[in-house]
Design a protein around this ligand. Structure first.
Ligand code: ATP
Length: 594
């Protein structure tokens, strides 16, 4: 029940629907108890004394009871449906909001398929239980209570004898719940593994097909499917083991009633009508007991699902704004970025960057160069506070980024990453992504600066062309140009170009960079590049090796020194040796850029 206590904040606000649904079900249940009494009346007071004039009235009473009961059941379904939908609506929103606040550290390990299954199948199981299962489980108790009370009022001894098996039945039901719950939990996990396999296969379909790894994928899926099947069979065998015993115990009551009640009727201490009423009332108790397996099943599934949803909602957020965090006024931000002796390691890893000190004055351009894995992107991630720095500090205009409101910090920064993600929406929406009050003129201007306008205009529907979630139909370079336009439209104080022009040819890069000049004016810019041509105009170029700064200076200063920068330059400009390089330059051993 702990899970449902935790879920209370989602369903308690809807308690009027919960109560209405329960009350209507109680009414329907109570009306159901009128049947056995009508039967008793029919046998004892109509058939026996042959007083058949009462039959029409009795028939009308049955119609009335049936209609009212049906109406109550309808209302129960109506309120229950509303309740379930509203609760899952809130839960779905809460989960989605949580997904937005979770830090990069969480997403480093998160599995999309697993998250999808929490937001769909698990929420559905919760909806079923909160909407209907809970009221029905409560109804089981009510039916036993009402039915038992009525039976006791007719003949308490016969009631006790008849219901002697009920405690055993309850005991078996509880044991069943204990066994089936872990089985369901495993089943949910197996289901999410299946979803993950499908999702990864679709996302990585190009890799799968290019490597002709379809059989491997089929195999991988088959194994997970087998696991799911094994879990289902496991749950079915628990079911198969317990269900017959529960049914046997339930039916034993009927046998006891027939023997004991029949004897009482023969002896004349019970009327025939009372026995028939008893007989139909016992189903009032056995019926729910019989269905208890189903209700427990429903309850257990939703409990397992509730645990998975609550686990997501309770996930620790590593990066979030502190209380009274500083919020910058966009107009006032200057964009002065400093890294003060920063050392950072990803969880359970060796430091990715060590003793990093950078002073990027407002409007300056800092270039980061280094071999793959040397820590360039990590520096950018720390600036955006994707992770918390523990040693040293990163400041923006003198304020430690950890004391800044996360939204406020990130809204000053516009990044263009190596890989561009395009949403399944129009190009226009992708460029304006999330920015309100953006005019078409602004979008076109940004696209022109990013050298995207011409190819967009060649598309069948221009800016209205819908692109797929991975930007299907666009080349890598075209996607990157849209991403650049997207960054430009934000008019940021700090611009980050993380290998932003890697997918375009040299000529286009040159053109885009001409646009960048205008764009970078007055903005602090960090350029990560593998090509020296991308960052040679930077005010300071920082050369990294295994997380350490090994060289820093302007292009001309670095080119005049022996070191990895010049080696890289020599490799990239092999056919254009620089006049001022000395002839005794070291062998072109290894480029820092791989
Ligand atoms: N999310 C992460 N979790 C754990 N380790 C990471 C993570 N991201 C990067 N690393 C590790 O940190 C180190 C620096 O990586 P980083 O991405 O900063 O390098 P980079 O210089 O940007 O490389 P590239 O040029 O290939 O983009 C590498 O050893 C990498 O394996």
């Amino acid at each position: 029940m702990d899970v449902f206590r935790q879920l209370k904040r989602f369903y308690w606000v809807e308690r009027r629907y919960l109560l209405s649904s329960i009350i209507c079900l109680m009414f329907a249940t109570a009306l159901g108890l009128v049947y056995p009494n009508l039967l008793r009346y029919l046998i004892d007071d109509v058939i026996k004394p042959k007083d058949f004039d009462k039959v029409p009235m009795l028939a009308l009473a049955v119609v009335g009871v049936v209609s009212l009961k049906g109406f109550m059941q309808f209302l129960h379904g109506f309120f229950g449906g509303r309740l379930g939908n509203r609760v899952t609506f809130r839960l779905r929103n809460a989960c989605y909001e949580k997904l937005q606040t979770l830090s990069f550290q969480y997403y480093d390990k998160a599995k999309t398929g697993d998250l999808m299954s929490r937001l769909t199948a698990d929420l559905e199981a919760i909806r079923q239980f909160i909407g209907f299962g809970f009221a029905q489980l409560l109804n089981v108790g009510l039916m036993i209570l009402f039915g038992g009370a009525m039976m006791l009022s007719i003949d308490w001894k016969l009631t006790l004898i008849t219901l002697v098996t009920i405690p055993f039945l309850a005991f078996t039901a509880i044991r069943f719940e204990k066994r089936i719950h872990p089985a369901f939990r495993e089943m949910r996990q197996a289901m999410s593994n299946l979803t993950t396999a499908v999702q990864e296969n679709i996302t990585g379909v190009r890799t799968v097909k290019s490597f002709a790894r379809e059989p491997y994928e089929v195999d991988k899926f088959a194994k997970r499917n087998e696991q799911f099947q094994a879990n289902q069979i496991g749950a079915s065998s628990i079911w198969a083991k317990f269900f017959p015993s529960m049914e046997l115990l339930a039916n034993l009551s009927v046998v006891i009633l027939l023997v004991a009640g029949g004897t009482l009727v023969i002896r004349g201490s019970l009327t025939l009508g009372e026995l028939v009423a008893f007989f139909s009332m016992i189903w009032y108790i056995i019926g729910p007991m019989w269905g208890i397996g189903f209700h427990i099943n429903n309850y257990t599934q939703s409990k397992a699902s509730g645990e998975r949803v609550m686990e997501l909602l309770n996930t620790h957020i590593h990066v979030q704004s502190i209380e009274n965090a500083v919020e910058f006024d966009k107009e006032m931000v200057r964009g002065h970025v400093r890294f003060n002796n920063v050392t950072f390691n990803y969880p359970d890893n060796a430091p990715a960057v060590s003793n990093i000190t950078i002073d990027a004055a407002p409007g300056k351009v800092v270039g980061l160069l280094g071999a793959t894995g040397s820590g360039k992107s990590t520096i950018i991630q720390l600036l955006m506070r994707a992770y918390n720095v523990k040693t040293g500090s990163v400041t923006l205009d003198g304020v430690d980024v950890q004391n800044l409101d996360v939204q406020s910090l990130r809204s000053q920064i516009a990044p263009v990453f190596q890989e561009t993600f395009l949403f399944s929406a129009s190009i226009k929406t992708n460029i304006a992504y999330g920015e309100r009050d953006v005019t078409d003129e602004q979008i076109i201007r940004a696209a022109k600066l990013a050298k995207a306008h011409d190819f967009i205009m060649e598309l069948p529907e221009g800016y209205e062309t819908i692109v797929g979630e991975r930007g299907m139909g666009l080349s890598g370079g075209q996607k990157q140009r849209i991403a650049i336009a997207r960054a430009l439209i934000r008019n940021p104080r700090i611009l980050i170009l993380d290998d932003a022009t890697s997918a375009v040819d040299m000529e286009t890069e040159h053109e885009i960079q001409a646009g960048f000049k205008e764009l970078m004016a007055g903005r602090t810019t960090f350029i990560i590049a593998h090509r020296i041509s991308s960052l040679r105009h930077a005010d300071e170029i920082i050369v990294l090796d295994k997380g350490h700064i090994v060289q820093r200076g302007t292009h001309n200063e670095l080119i005049a020194q022996h070191g990895p920068y010049r080696e890289t330059y020599n490799i990239q400009y092999a056919d254009r040796p620089l006049a001022n390089l000395d002839s005794s330059q070291p062998e072109r051993k290894r480029s820092v850029v791989q």
